[in-house]
Write a protein that binds this ligand. Structure first.
Ligand code: SF4
Length: 393
């Protein structure tokens, strides 16, 4: 098998002004200074000038300085659907990361333009599965004689061409809310021999397969795109039920089982609530696991006086702590754990994007090519057609 060379990830922090490793760091126009005391007023004025022509989406992991200008907040799929429900908005300014803006472009009408205020806002997890690598893996599955019974399922946190790959090969997309339903559906596709190739987050795939579908850890193998043959023999591929892509979230992957032990000692009576992108060891030590929306609704519904340690992105945990002063809400890790790429979107970039639109300049427009869009839509539609939803949020 030949491994196709891959291009550099969207963002490598701390390399100065290297255009190869920091694509999109430079704005084509004048970026306002972060110290400008008028930024809030400028954002307000630009948004007011655009009126209904603009709709600003804010992912839960965005900074407060940005989220205050969001017309709606949510996870990536909710935001894309919110955008699609507003055809009057000519511009969708997506305060999130690149794959989310792509999904919004796929789900919105052709006349709507999706703007990402900073093109360097990528996602390290999405970058871990490149289409050339996935095509190579599929070739290996074909040679091992298992591709015909393998259903590719990709997490929403993947690039448009990975979603399109799933659409082309009879697969689907899932979110952290409906991964169980998506996997149930996938395992029904080719009878008892069915396998799933789960992209790109090995932890969500493993946690869902083992904890919700009752598969064993031995049913799961990990395909490493950086090793020859994915690091697996044809026999291992033939025996596996879940083929997990070796990808992870660099934020949720930081939490360790020690963090759970430590917070239980530090905060008496604490309930540990984590996102399923955390490792299997962390999830099995936690009290509750669920998607971002599940975390938000669980804390909101919790009784006053209860204590929570939350294992997800820090901006959201801090916001939950502020919104629920009657409860104790702490971050699961003692160290800082922001998503570096989510944080690329700051107030100066938002102001720059909005003011450019006011001036008639369309900047940082994210556009998925028509063929990729078609097949990605096939996979997304398959997700929408899935029966019911996971009760675990
Ligand atoms: S939190 Fe993780 S999955 Fe989400 S954008 Fe950041 S790196 Fe990607």
């Amino acid at each position: 098998m030949t491994t196709t060379p891959v291009d550099l990830p969207l963002l490598t922090l701390g390399r100065g002004r290297d255009p190869q490793s920091e694509r999109g760091v430079d704005c084509p126009g004048d970026l306002p200074a972060a110290s400008d005391p008028g930024l809030v007023e400028r954002a307000r004025a630009a948004k007011a000038a655009l009126g209904d022509r603009v709709f600003v989406l804010g992912h839960h992991y965005q900074r407060d300085e940005v989220i205050q200008f969001a017309d709606v907040t949510g996870d990536s799929f909710k935001l894309a659907r919110e955008a699609a429900a507003r055809p009057a908005a000519e511009y969708i300014v997506f305060c999130g990361v690149h794959f989310m803006a792509e999904s919004a472009d796929i789900l919105t009408a052709d006349h709507q333009k999706v703007v990402l205020p900073d093109l360097a806002a990528g996602c390290s997890m999405a970058d871990m599965a490149r289409i050339a690598q996935v095509e190579d893996a599929w070739d290996a599955l074909e040679r091992a004689g298992v591709a015909a019974t393998t259903v590719p399922v990709t997490y929403m946190n993947s690039s448009a061409d990975i979603k399109a790959f799933c659409g082309r090969h009879g697969g689907t997309v899932c979110t952290s809310s409906n991964a169980e339903v998506a996997l149930d559906w996938a395992f029904d596709q080719h009878g008892p021999d069915t396998k799933v190739l789960f992209l790109p987050d090995q932890h969500l795939g493993r946690n869902t397969a083992v904890l919700q579908l009752g598969l064993s850890l031995e049913d799961c193998v990990v395909w490493d795109p950086l090793r020859a043959h994915g690091g697996l023999t044809p026999e291992q591929l033939a025996d596996a039920r879940m083929i997990l892509w070796k990808g992870h979230c660099s934020v949720h992957g930081r939490f360790s089982p020690d963090c759970v032990d430590e917070v239980r000692e530090r905060v008496p009576g604490v309930t540990v609530l984590v996102h399923p992108e955390c490792t299997h060891e962390v999830v099995t030590k936690a009290d509750l696991v669920g998607s971002t929306e599940f975390i938000i609704t669980t804390i909101a519904a919790a009784p006053a006086g209860s204590a929570w340690a939350v294992g997800t992105e820090l901006n959201l945990v801090q916001r939950l702590a502020t919104e629920h002063p009657d409860k104790t809400v702490v971050f699961l890790d003692r160290t800082v754990c922001y998503c570096a790429t989510m944080n690329r979107i700051d107030l100066p970039h938002l102001v720059w994007a909005l003011e450019s639109l006011v001036a008639g300049q369309e900047v940082n427009v994210i556009e998925v090519d028509p063929e990729t869009e078609h097949f990605a839509q096939v996979a997304l539609q398959q997700m929408l057609d899935l029966p019911g939803r996971s009760p675990r949020g």
